[in-house]
Design a binder for this molecule. Structure first.
Ligand code: MSP
Length: 516
């Protein structure tokens, strides 16, 4: 069976409602998923929820609920969020599901039997907020810890550890030999710098039940639950395993009854910069220990701020994607986040910036182009497509080729820039040819035909290029052009798709202008 293009996002902690950061990551992943599908790949796109651990347990207690009831309630909110963003995920994993827990336990048992774990007592610093042990190296010169760790306590505890040190040199070599493994380049350099300058501490993979009981029972010792990260990372293979992925099931023993789609290794894990160490250091080592191949790429995005400040509940400056979408539509939201931020860099949301892109690029740029083109063809030719003409064919071809190449490199922001160069070219063409003037002179009928053909055909090609980014808008464009199918095949972005005589649909504003 041919391997599918397998793409994942991080799975979000269920300790609150989704915000802009979560939305951004999911949208990038969805654009990539749709783009590869459009280019002919069979794609499997996974997202989901990370439901165990201290953060979730604490949030549940604060809400006066059991952790499971708390997670069940919020899981519905997050699942409808995925729909709100118009994601095309093929599965949605929750780490409290049996199919996931079973695989985590099978892995722990296998790695333990093969000697990867040991038990020891630790006495030192611990950040309950980040659920992580800290060492002297994490202290600042004045002895304090970064505020992101919250209150740091001293802790004396017996736990199980996963040996990381024996794999350090191998991982450095792997990163050096596979430059595309962590992208963008700046993020890869960070990981390499860390690995070369620090000795890896072995990873504590348990928490005593006496302190934290909301986790997957540690199969080797019932006094412990599994550390939330060892649990969460496994989602990337537990879902393939549950569907019968041949590679995963060969290493871990058959988990699903029959053989299913071939997914592993993942093609891309999309994650944020704060969790890069877990994905680019711990996860590869876990996989190597399991005997599984590594994912092909970890694509690391930056973080969003609002008006130059970190978003936080206490400050009250969280961007709520749902209210933006309710007001402006999902495609306007998808457009802004992808167009504003290159993958890897940090970004800053401002309401004015959002509004400005909505007005200039969506309403006046794309919306106006379609509206003028469709309206004029209806008005001057009763909606019938004129004979083929190739004036804008080479501009369109350039935009198509640039977009394809950029999508293949996951350079989404640059792809939008390439697409808008065609939008702008076509709007300029309207000014140059002035079809409304040509229409007044019967002798210029052929010139009018030419202008109208080029405009509607550019709009059709734009719909195909835009589909991964703005699926609803792309479908609306096709509909206004009188085309019933979905513009989800990149191969349709070939000049000449609109046939002479074809009757287009009626105009309707894509991005209605809003008063202040
Ligand atoms: N549960 C872990 C991930 C486990 S993956 C095996 C986690 N969850 S999270 O809810 O805190 O974050 C989920 C994703 O959202 C992460 O990739 C994180 O970087 C991203 N973001 C959270 N806040 C963000 C911004 N302000 N901006 C951009 N992305 C951000 O970590």
């Amino acid at each position: 069976m041919t391997k599918r293009f397998y793409l994942t996002t991080a799975i979000d902690y269920v300790n609150g409602e989704p915000h802009l950061g979560h939305a951004y990551e999911k949208i990038i992943a969805d654009v990539i998923a749709r783009a590869w599908r459009s280019m002919g790949e069979e794609v499997f796109f996974l997202t989901g929820l990370d439901e165990h651990g201290q953060k979730v347990q604490q949030a549940a207690t604060a809400a006066g609920k059991t952790p499971q009831a708390y997670c069940d309630g919020l899981a519905d909110v997050w699942k409808s969020f995925v729909k709100k963003l118009d994601l095309t995920n093929n599965d949605f994993v929750r780490t409290t599901e049996k199919r996931h827990q079973q695989v985590v336990q099978a892995i722990l048992a296998k790695l333990n039997a093969e000697g990867h774990f040991y038990q020891k007592e630790y006495e030192g610093f611990y950040s309950p907020k980040e659920e992580t042990f800290l060492t002297e190296k994490d202290r600042k010169a004045d002895g304090s810890f970064d505020e992101s760790y919250g209150e740091v306590i001293r802790l004396k505890e017996q736990n199980y550890y996963f040996k990381l040190r024996p794999h350090q040199d191998w991982l450095i070599e792997y990163l050096e030999q596979n430059p595309s493994f962590v992208q963008p380049e700046s993020r890869r350099n960070e990981v390499l710098g860390f690995l070369k300058n620090d000795t890896l501490e072995d990873l504590c993979i348990t928490r005593p039940v006496s302190r934290l009981n909301w986790g997957i029972p540690f199969p080797i010792d019932s006094n412990y639950v599994t550390y939330v990260w060892f649990d969460a990372l496994v989602n990337y293979i537990s879902v393939p395993a549950s569907l019968g992925d041949p590679i995963v099931n060969k290493e871990l023993g058959a988990i699903a009854a029959s053989s299913g789609p071939s997914l592993w290794p993942a093609d891309i894990h999309v994650i944020g910069k704060d969790i890069q160490k877990f994905h680019a250091v711990y996860w590869p080592i876990m996989l190597k220990a399991m005997g599984l191949p590594l994912p092909r790429q970890i694509l690391v995005h930056g973080w969003w701020q609002k008006d130059g400040a970190k978003m936080s509940k206490s400050v009250g400056n969280i961007v709520d994607p749902v209210s933006v979408i309710n007001e402006w539509g999902v495609d306007a939201f998808r457009f802004y986040v992808v167009r504003e931020l290159d993958i890897g860099a940090d970004g800053n949301w401002t309401d004015a910036g959002f509004r400005s892109r909505y007005d200039s690029e969506l309403a006046n740029g794309l919306g106006n182009l379609l509206n003028r083109s469709v309206s004029m063809l209806r008005k001057y030719r009763n909606g019938a497509v004129p004979p083929l003409s190739n004036v804008l064919a080479s501009d369109a071809k350039k935009a198509v080729n640039d977009t394809r190449k950029l999508l293949q490199e996951n350079r989404l922001q640059a792809a939008l820039v390439a697409i808008w160069s065609l939008v702008n070219r076509a709007n300029q063409y309207v000014e140059q040819t002035a079809p409304f003037k040509l229409a007044k002179d019967p002798e210029k009928a052929a010139q009018l035909d030419e202008a109208l053909y080029n405009l509607v055909e550019v709009c059709r090609i734009l719909a195909v290029l835009l589909w991964p980014f703005l699926p609803d808008t792309a479908s609306k464009i096709y509909l206004q052009l009188g085309l019933q199918q979905t513009p989800n095949r990149f191969s349709e972005a070939q000049w000449g798709g609109l046939t002479p005589g074809h009757i287009i649909g009626m105009p309707a504003p894509l991005f209605p202008k809003k008063e202040d």
